[in-house]
Design a protein around this ligand. Structure first.
Ligand code: DP6
Length: 320
C-alpha cells in the first residue's frame, strides 16, 4: 500500500485558460505543451488504515492548505471508504510561482496513489484523474510534446512527439520566488466572467492548435515560435483585461522579453512563453541553450536560471 512516483512539470505553448465546466474541471479548449526533464516532483504515498486523517508534507513541511484538493483527488481514486494517506512531496523548483508545480504534483499524485491502491489504470485514465484536480496536470502524464483535446464530456491527451524526436531546450528565468497571489483556477474563472476578450480568445484556440500541431509534425521551429508567442500574449491580454486585472508580470518579466527579442535579432532560434506568474520560459534549439542561459543571467532582475531538455511522462519509481 505504498508507492513513490516522479513527474515533471510541463509548459504550455498553446495555453489552457478557461473552464467549460468548473465542477468537473473540464477545460474550455485544447492545449499543447512540452514536458520537462530536469525539474521534478517526487511523491511518496502510503495508505494506512490505522490513521484517521490524511497528512501532507511538501518539502518536509506540513501543507494543510493544499490538503483538501489532494484529498479530493485521492477520494476519486480510492473511493470514499479509502484509508487515510501519508503523502510526502518533494520538488526541486519553486512551488506556486508560475512554474507548473501543480501539474507535476497532481501527475505524480495519481501515479503513486493508483499504484499504492493496487489499481491498473491506463495513462489516459490517470491523465483524466489528474486533470480533474488540475487541468494542466493531465499533460504531465505524457512525454515530449503533448496535445490535450476536449471531447464531449472528457479530455483526450497524447504525446505527439517523443523527447528525442525533436529535441528542444527550455530555459526558465526566475524573476520572483514568492507564491503568486491568485492561483490559475480562480483567475481563469474571473477572466471568463469579466474579460471582454475571453470569447475571442476561445474562438481562436482551435486555429492556434492546428498551426502548432502542424509545426510539430513538420519540425517547423519558426512557425511554432510565432504561434506560441502570439498565443501567450493573447492569454495575457485576457488576464490584463479581467476585472480586477490579473497582471502576473514584473519589470524583470519584460526585461526578459527584450532579451529574447535581442537574441532573435541576432538570429538565435529562440522564443518565449509566460504562464500565470512572472517567470519567463525560453524555448530554443539545444545548440542555443548556453547563449540563452548567459543572456538571461545578464538580464536585470533575473534571480535564477534553470534549464531542461524535454522529458518523460509521470512514472512509478517504487511500489511495495
Ligand atoms: C497559465 O492547470 O493550474 O499554466 O485546472 O484550475 O488547476 P487548474 O488550472 P492550471 O492552469 C494552468 C494555466 C496555465 C496555462 C497552461 O498550463 O496551459
Amino acid at each position: 500500500m505504498r508507492a513513490t512516483s516522479q513527474a515533471q512539470p510541463n509548459i504550455a505553448l498553446v495555453k489552457y485558460w478557461g473552464k467549460r465546466d468548473v465542477a468537473g474541471n473540464l477545460p474550455a479548449a485544447g492545449s499543447l505543451s512540452v514536458t520537462l526533464d530536469s525539474l521534478w516532483t517526487r511523491m511518496k504515498i502510503e495508505f494506512d488504515g490505522t490513521r484517521k486523517t490524511d497528512t501532507l508534507l511538501v518539502n518536509g513541511e506540513e501543507a494543510a492548505g493544499m490538503l483538501p484538493r489532494v484529498a479530493r483527488c485521492l477520494d476519486e481514486l480510492g473511493g470514499p471508504g479509502r484509508a487515510a494517506a501519508v503523502i510526502e512531496s518533494d520538488c526541486n523548483f519553486p512551488i506556486a510561482a508560475g512554474l507548473a508545480s501543480s501539474a507535476s504534483s497532481f501527475a505524480a499524485l495519481v501515479v503513486a496513489a493508483s499504484a499504492a491502491l493496487g489499481l491498473t489504470s491506463t495513462p489516459l485514465q490517470l491523465a483524466r484523474s489528474a486533470g480533474r484536480a488540475s487541468g494542466s496536470a493531465a499533460r504531465s502524464l505524457f512525454p515530449g510534446i503533448v496535445e490535450l483535446q476536449v471531447g464531449e464530456n472528457d479530455i483526450e491527451v497524447a504525446s505527439i512527439s517523443r523527447p528525442d524526436a525533436w529535441p528542444l531546450t527550455v530555459t526558465v528565468a526566475v524573476t520572483e520566488t514568492a507564491a503568486k497571489k491568485i492561483g490559475s483556477g480562480p483567475a481563469m474563472n474571473l477572466s471568463k466572467q469579466t474579460s471582454p476578450f475571453y470569447q475571442e480568445w476561445l474562438a481562436r484556440q482551435d486555429a492556434d492548435l492546428q498551426i502548432a500541431r502542424t509545426a510539430v509534425a513538420t519540425r517547423d521551429f519558426a512557425s511554432l515560435a510565432a504561434v506560441t508567442e502570439h498565443n501567450c500574449l493573447k492569454m495575457h491580454s485576457v488576464m490584463w483585461s479581467s476585472r480586477p486585472s490579473l497582471v502576473y508580470w514584473n519589470a524583470a518579466t519584460l526585461s526578459c522579453l527584450e532579451t529574447v527579442r535581442r537574441l532573435q535579432a541576432d538570429g538565435a532560434p529562440v522564443f518565449f512563453t509566460i504562464d500565470a506568474g512572472p517567470q519567463v520560459k525560453v524555448i530554443s534549439e539545444p545548440h542555443a541553450g548556453e547563449t540563452v542561459t548567459k543572456a538571461l543571467h545578464a538580464t536585470s532582475g533575473v534571480i535564477d536560471v534553470m534549464q531542461s531538455a524535454l522529458g518523460d511522462g509521470a512514472r512509478l519509481l517504487v511500489s511495495q
